[in-house]
Ligand binder design. Sequence first.
Ligand SMILES: NC(=O)c1ccc[n+]([C@@H]2O[C@H](COP(=O)([O-])OP(=O)(O)OC[C@H]3O[C@@H](n4cnc5c(N)ncnc54)[C@H](OP(=O)(O)O)[C@@H]3O)[C@@H](O)[C@H]2O)c1
Length: 250
Amino acid sequence: MAPNPAKAVLILGATSDVSRATALAFARRRWTVRLAGRSLPELQREAADISARTGSQVTIHQFDVLDMGSFVAFVDAFPDLPDVVMSAVGLLGKQPRAQIDLDHAREIMRTNYEGPSLILGLFAERFAARGGGSIVGISSVAGIRGRGSNYVYGSAKAGLAAFLSGLRNRLAINGSNVHVMTVTPGFIRTRMTSDMRLPPVLTAVPAELGEAILKGLDRRKDVIYVRSIWCFLTLIIRLIPEWFFKQLKL
Ligand SMILES: NC(=O)c1ccc[n+]([C@@H]2O[C@H](COP(=O)([O-])OP(=O)(O)OC[C@H]3O[C@@H](n4cnc5c(N)ncnc54)[C@H](OP(=O)(O)O)[C@@H]3O)[C@@H](O)[C@H]2O)c1
């Protein structure tokens, strides 16, 4: 993506490893970076680091995706709408706990589906009224098919992917000039997966996501998989009949 000092990106869930890498990739291209998340001290540290390394302008903003009542005021507080809004907000949670603890299950569902969908949908309406902008939502291959080991998280990611798909299709029909991109990563080596043994060939590092997201925005992609092998694997995963998928005990 070409350097453009006039452009700004807002990153929701900016304390994630993926967000840090993506923020850095934007800042290196001299975009203004707006970091939003729950912990202001952590955002402050991250902003100082990015701005020291790149010289780009970085601002921080309090944001909790579970606090839907604050969304309109959050959007209105920006003097100028950003050019790109990305949500990397997510919560893997604990599947066994979510099966018996409804509050935990609801937190996973709301953090991965309800909150990101509603805030990105709100920005999309503002972008449509302005005449352009890009929305980026991070879903997951876990949302391609319900798996016994993580279906509360996976179903919420599936919901987010369906929401973004519908939003993209509606805005395309309206000719709104709003680009909606769904990121469907496989495994990423981050804090979220630090206790998992992941196959290296299927596992991206956060910097790969940053670059893939910028490239996807440049090319106005609808859906990106980061590592192309996942594009192929998700096709297979979709095609496996349910009776056989059940036997795989995934
Ligand atoms: N790691 C993987 O293998 C993988 C694979 C596919 C998709 N993804 C998705 O990629 C995205 C980034 O994940 P990651 O691996 O970098 O995980 P992560 O480090 O756990 O990031 C999750 C982010 O969501 C934020 N968040 C959680 N609840 C929030 C809330 N109520 N309000 C605002 N922010 C909240 C966290 O903020 P705090 O710092 O405040 O907790 C953190 O910034 C997530 O959407 C994840 O589901 C990850």
